[in-house]
Design a protein around this ligand. Structure first.
Ligand code: GDP
Length: 445
């Protein structure tokens, strides 16, 4: 057993002393480990290389959060990037099956789990969407495969096209189409023949069937355990037949899911479903989050990411408080507060939490200052230059005109913002001296 990536990384970084930001060397050391882990997880070399490059660019120079190690921080960046690369369709499980009867073509190598997946999807369509589904096996070379589909159909209560000996796959596809129309089916699924390897005949047959059926979806079933081979198979099927999505089977096994990453990066085809066992319910829509966690070999990655986020916010609050206590409160601070207010459900609720501002919150609400004002104020601050934000005293009439124009608002509105800023800055200073600020800030973050 290999130790997982998170352990590896923390091993590397425990030795390093903490620094303010991730250095080039930190990131390089960490990424060497990430690279090995990716390759072990069956990610192809070029994909791993590109991936590492992307992470390197994102990671170098990032501020290190106090309560997590640089290694954890790199893991977080890796995780986010994995998810980014893996994310395909918003709803990978939504099959295009309008205009009944909608044909779905199932393709893939023998043993990939194609027949099983056909039945799993039929069951899903029947149970989740109340669809009437007809399944047909086109594997004329292997009578056992045709029977297998019929048996599965019986188990899940989905009809299969009766087997007529001597027909070729194209004839069966035509009969399935007619039968689906006559029988009032919503969907008909064509389970094409598989071979152990891709050959001319297999492709020619699948193409002929495709031309007859004109499928709404062509789903390629590949064995997730075969890693890089799965990607080559997918590429070839897509080139020759054109697929609309991939189903990765045996993701319940030992494989670490690297095939998924390569698949997405190389073929550009979305992974729609993953097979998680032999049972008819063992299929799920593809979730990048899960696969990312799996490739990293750490289940608690999400918790870690969230913790990191919280810490960043807490540190931000601490820094802000220190500034306020010193009487510093510029437009950047105001902007941060306004954004925080938006998050916390508006002005009145927010002001209510701050001692001494209760009344002000009420007055603002009564004067019609709602959340749209927050948005406009943020727009005004965004329209200021860096210098103006840091030093609001610079805001002379000509600057004000430019700022208001940039935000598409009136100067009068900017004047109100400036006044509000002054009031708040004064108040912060007073509160900072009395220690009330600390108490107030506790409620804010
Ligand atoms: P086909 O030749 O591509 O049609 O493959 P089959 O559907 O006959 O599947 C081959 C074997 O793989 C069967 O024993 C299935 O039960 C098994 N199988 C299919 N999908 C999965 C999966 O997601 N996980 C596991 N563990 N086994 C699977």
């Amino acid at each position: 057993m290999f130790e997982n990536l998170s352990e590896r990384l923390s091993g590397v970084f425990d030795k390093l002393t903490k620094q303010g930001a991730l250095s080039d060397d930190d990131v390089k050391t960490a990424l060497r480990e990430v690279r090995v882990a990716l390759l072990e997880a069956d990610v192809s070399l070029p994909v791993a290389r590109d991936f590492i490059k992307a992470v390197q660019e994102k990671a170098t120079g990032q501020a290190v959060t106090k309560s997590i190690t640089p290694g954890q921080q790199v893991v977080k960046i890796v995780h986010d990037e994995l998810q980014h690369v893996l994310t395909g369709d918003a709803d990978p499980g939504a099959l295009k099956i309008d205009n009944p009867p909608a044909p779905i073509l199932m393709v893939g190598l023998q043993g990939s789990g194609k027949t099983t997946t056909t039945a799993k999807l039929a069951k899903r369509l029947k149970e989740r969407e109340g669809k009437r589904v007809l399944m047909a096996s086109l594997d004329t070379n292997r009578p056992a495969a045709m029977e297998q589909l019929a048996i599965l159909g019986g188990q899940i209560g989905v009809d299969t096209l009766p087997i007529v000996p001597g027909e070729d796959p194209v004839q069966i596809a035509r009969r399935a189409k007619t039968q689906a129309g006559l029988g009032g089916y919503d969907v008909y699924m064509l389970d094409t023949a598989g071979r152990l390897h891709i050959d001319q005949e297999l492709i020619a047959q699948a193409a002929a069937v495709r031309d007859v059926a004109n499928p709404r979806e062509t789903l390629l079933v590949v064995d997730g355990l075969t890693g890089q081979d799965a990607v080559n198979v997918a590429q070839e099927f897509d080139d020759k037949i054109g697929v609309t999505g991939v189903v990765l089977t045996r993701m319940d096994g030992d494989g670490r899911g690297g095939a998924a990453l390569s698949m997405r990066a190389i073929t550009g085809k979305p992974i729609r479903f993953v097979g998680l066992g032999e049972k008819m319910d063992a299929i799920e829509t593809f979730e990048p989050e899960r696969i990312a966690g799996r490739i990293l070999g750490m289940g608690d990655i999400v918790a870690l990411v969230e913790k990191a986020q919280e810490t960043i916010e807490a540190e931000q609050a601490e820094r802000m408080m220190k500034r306020f206590q010193k009487g510093r409160f510029n437009m950047n601070d105001l902007k941060m507060q306004l954004e925080q207010m938006m998050k916390m459900g508006g002005m009145e609720g927010m002001m209510g939490m701050m001692p001494g501002m209760n009344k002000m919150g009420k007055q603002m609400a009564e004067a019609g200052m709602d959340d749209s004002i927050l948005k406009r104020q943020i727009a005004l601050i965004n329209s200021m230059t860096k210098k103006e934000r840091a030093n609001p005293d610079l805001l002379a009439a000509s600057r004000k005109k430019r700022i208001a124009k940039g935000a598409g608002l009136e100067v009068s509105e900017l004047n109100r913002l400036v006044k509000q800023h002054k009031q708040m800055a004064g108040m912060m200073k007073k509160m900072g001296k009395g220690g009330m600020l600390k108490q107030a800030m506790k409620g804010m973050f």
